[in-house]
Design a protein around this ligand. Sequence first.
Ligand SMILES: Cc1cc2nc3c(=O)[nH]c(=O)nc-3n(C[C@H](O)[C@H](O)[C@H](O)COP(=O)(O)O)c2cc1C
Length: 374
Amino acid sequence: MSTPASIADFRALAKVRLPHFLFEYVDGGSYDEVTLERNVADLRALSLRQRVLRDVSAIDTSTELFGRRWSLPVGLGPVGLAGMYARRGEVQAARAAASANVPFALSTVSACSLAEVASGAGAPWFQLYFVKDRGFVADLIARAREARCGALVLTVDLAVPGSRYRDARAAGGGLKRWSQLLARPQWLWDVGLHGRPHSLGNLAPIVGRKAPLSDFQAWIHANFDPSVSWKDVEWVKSQWDGPLIIKGVLDPDDAKAAVDSGAQGVVVSNHGGRQLDGVISSAAALPRIAEAMSGKTKILADGGVRSGLDVVRMLSLGADFVLLGRAWAYALASGGQSGVAHMLKLIEAEIRVAMALTGVTSIGGIDGQLIDRG
Ligand SMILES: Cc1cc2nc3c(=O)[nH]c(=O)nc-3n(C[C@H](O)[C@H](O)[C@H](O)COP(=O)(O)O)c2cc1C
């Protein structure tokens, strides 16, 4: 394929570059993928209002979040196992994000450790999952503090993992796994043999150097802590004085609770349709949460964003900032750091066109007026 022109092109490339089970892990959602499809469809269904003759010669796509000015209202959200999509993948993606001056959030379940990413690309945001060993969770927070991470993203929509049919169908050991690997010799050579993807960098103290990759979901089931409650958010808060973002909120009452617990931001998210299938899309949840919050907290959103137009749609629905998930994972699998850098350029160009043709010149100017409600 020639140079990717869209996220769909990156997805097609990722499909031919990654071993089948890995592509299915990235691309899939839970159960019948109803919510995954809704995330994409509900955004696409939103009509923007075309406006003309409004002098759009100078467009500023920068925005401020948590005391920093970013070049775009977009960040790379936490995506687990990204170090398996390209060699030392999280470092490559974090470098692309740093050059584009957008935030990168490192997942707890990354291949590269926080220390490796921080030394290779600068301090990322750190995404925290609660495992049962609280001493270890405290240690992860301490590491994020010492690395001077710009924000702690506490993901709360994975008390238990949703089932993913596509993972189950693609799984298998022995011959089946080997035939999938041998069908992707470039990946096998570059990542499988030379990329050391067999560990989960941040979790090495509890899982050892050999990560439970063959049955990752079962490992999560056994080790993630379903007893987590709002009291634990206060516990996290007592150890972290930077910005705390609660990720995985779909309900206005939960967003209010997040603010009451001292969070500076929420991510309106259903985990990209990978958890409770059948819940509403992020696009549908966003306006209700934005209304309930009325400026009391920063609202980030993700789910189904496949273009710069979708970024503008999310902002029009009330988000202050938008996180990408699969979009950057596909780009990383397609072309490593330069793939992610190119993807961010495409997103920026699309945001600029969408702003120009809806007649706004600053991110602050994007609001519900941009949506054509018929
Ligand atoms: C392959 C994959 C792995 C993910 N891993 C994590 C993770 O480790 N932590 C987390 O908070 N969210 C994780 N997510 C959810 C994303 O942060 C984000 O909410 C979601 O991908 C947004 O939907 P989109 O991919 O349709 O844009 C993951 C998503 C995908 C696709």
